[in-house]
Design a protein around this ligand. Structure first.
Ligand SMILES: Cc1cc2nc3c(=O)[nH]c(=O)nc-3n(C[C@H](O)[C@H](O)[C@H](O)COP(=O)(O)OP(=O)(O)OC[C@H]3O[C@@H](n4cnc5c(N)ncnc54)[C@H](O)[C@@H]3O)c2cc1C
Length: 401
């Protein structure tokens, strides 16, 4: 399987059609147009997700797109991480290849804590290499018994004369086994719950770290369980303040939550584009599938679901890019990001399912773009805060107001 062939990404169906909205400026429009041309030209063999993921990171790095994952002072494209640029990048990449989007997103998520709170030495060591695609990043928060309930984590970091020793395991770790470094969250005070967690940057070569247990999921996605067995890291592996890891994890996820919505949006737009082309071509009962009002109503519903997702996603990114008193970290942004993530991922699932139905038997044929999308979208409703978690964020925000 290669990254999706995409002969019909033009006109109103192009993923850049909404860029005239006031959320974006000319720099965003230029970014999007350049990216669409680039993405259309890429062909990557995605038969082996680990090999393909590495290839995408290399390409995205060599051609400058990963520079949007770090700030300019560390080799990035813009002075600070810009959520609207991230949203454009992820929406466009996901439209063309969900695996390319994944490879891009993990570079940002895996290095985000170092961008936010790393020492100048840590930033110099990791961030320029992330931006060039020379180091692959990973974010290791979840554990077998601590997914949605992050504070229940059991991995421990104990201080030693030389630094820290980590023991425990992390699971569902994207890029596990191919990453060059892991941003690992571990308990540094067992009795303090969320306030007893710290963040560490752990090189893949650290003694006592085993990332060989791969997990296979329904869509291409390199994942592994990490095991820390007296894994020794130096004192300068601590990222951010001691016991400040939970806050740092949440801040990192906050930056990228709107961009998960954008990835879902890109996949939904792709499914819609595929459905329109198919409906116009497919002959039945003396006319085309598109001639039936039932089909037109379905396409109308898909349009409305996509538009709602797009507006919420762009609003969340725009809010985050505002000044720190109005944007990032404020309750209004957190609620807007939750609304975008919830709506865009749930709507994309519905849009892709409706599109698949229009393809009939071909829709479930392995290797078809629509079949691939059907599998690709599923995990976005689970990771980086399941839909239920987003609903609770929104509900609590509503009660606080
Ligand atoms: C493809 C993929 C990639 C991932 N990549 C990473 C990664 O790179 N790094 C990382 O650290 N983790 C990663 N994860 C893990 C992911 O973040 C967790 O799967 C997620 O947080 C849910 O945790 P869990 O799987 O343990 O499910 P659980 O926490 O057991 O939740 C199960 C279900 O319970 C429901 N639920 C949750 N909270 C509530 C509630 N309060 N009330 C009612 N119902 C609720 C939700 O439907 C949820 O799906 C990844 C997961 C997947 C599938």
């Amino acid at each position: 399987m290669v990254a999706f062939e995409h002969p019909h990404a033009h006109g109103a169906l192009a993923p850049t059609a909404h860029l005239e909205l006031p959320f974006f400026d000319d720099a965003h429009r230029a970014l999007a147009n350049g990216l669409v041309d680039w993405a259309r030209a890429q062909r990557v063999d995605e038969t082996d997700d680990r090999v393909a993921c590495k290839a995408w990171v290399k390409r995205l790095g060599a051609d400058g797109w990963l520079r949007y994952c770090v700030a300019a002072e560390h080799g990035g494209a813009l002075p600070t991480l810009d959520s609207r640029a991230l949203v454009i990048l992820r929406e466009t990449l996901a439209y063309h290849s969900p695996l390319a989007d994944f490879a891009f997103a993990m570079q940002g998520l895996g290095s985000g804590a170092i961008s936010l709170a790393g020492t100048p030495e840590q930033q110099a060591r990791y961030l320029p290499a992330v931006a060039r695609g020379e180091k692959i990043a990973a974010f290791a928060l979840s554990e077998p018994d601590a997914g949605s309930d992050v504070a229940a984590m059991a991995t421990q970091a104990n201080e030693t004369a030389e630094g820290w020793t980590l023991n425990g395991s992390k699971t569902w770790i994207s890029n596990g086994g191919i990453a060059d470094f892991y941003l690992v969250f571990a308990k540094t005070d067992l009795d303090a719950g969320a306030r007893g967690i710290s963040a560490f940057v752990v090189d893949a070569t650290a003694p006592g770290l085993d990332s060989s247990e791969h997990i296979h999921v329904m869509a291409p996605h390199p994942l592994a369980t990490l095991r820390f067995n007296d894994c020794a890291v130096p004192a300068n592996a601590l990222v951010g303040p001691l016991h400040g890891g939970f806050k740092l994890a949440m801040q990192t996820l906050d930056i990228f939550r709107a961009s998960v919505a954008a990835a879902a949006l890109g996949m939904a737009r792709r499914a819609f584009a595929e459905a329109v082309v198919h409906a116009k071509q497919r002959k039945m009962f003396g006319q085309t599938l598109a001639d039936f009002q039932l089909t037109q109503a379905k396409l109308g519903e898909m349009c409305a679901l996509i538009d709602a997702s797009a507006l919420l996603t762009y609003r969340a990114a725009w809010l985050r890019d505002r000044s720190s008193t109005q944007g990032a970290g404020t309750p209004a942004y957190t609620a807007a990001a939750a609304s975008a993530k919830l709506t865009a991922t749930e709507n994309a699932q519905r849009v892709i399912d409706m599109a698949l139905q229009m393809f009939g038997g071909r829709g479930v044929q392995v290797g078809q773009t629509i079949e691939h999308l059907y599998r690709d979208i599923r995990s976005l409703r689970i990771y980086e805060g399941a839909s239920e978690v987003q609903l609770l964020i929104l509900g609590k925000h509503a009660l606080r107001a």
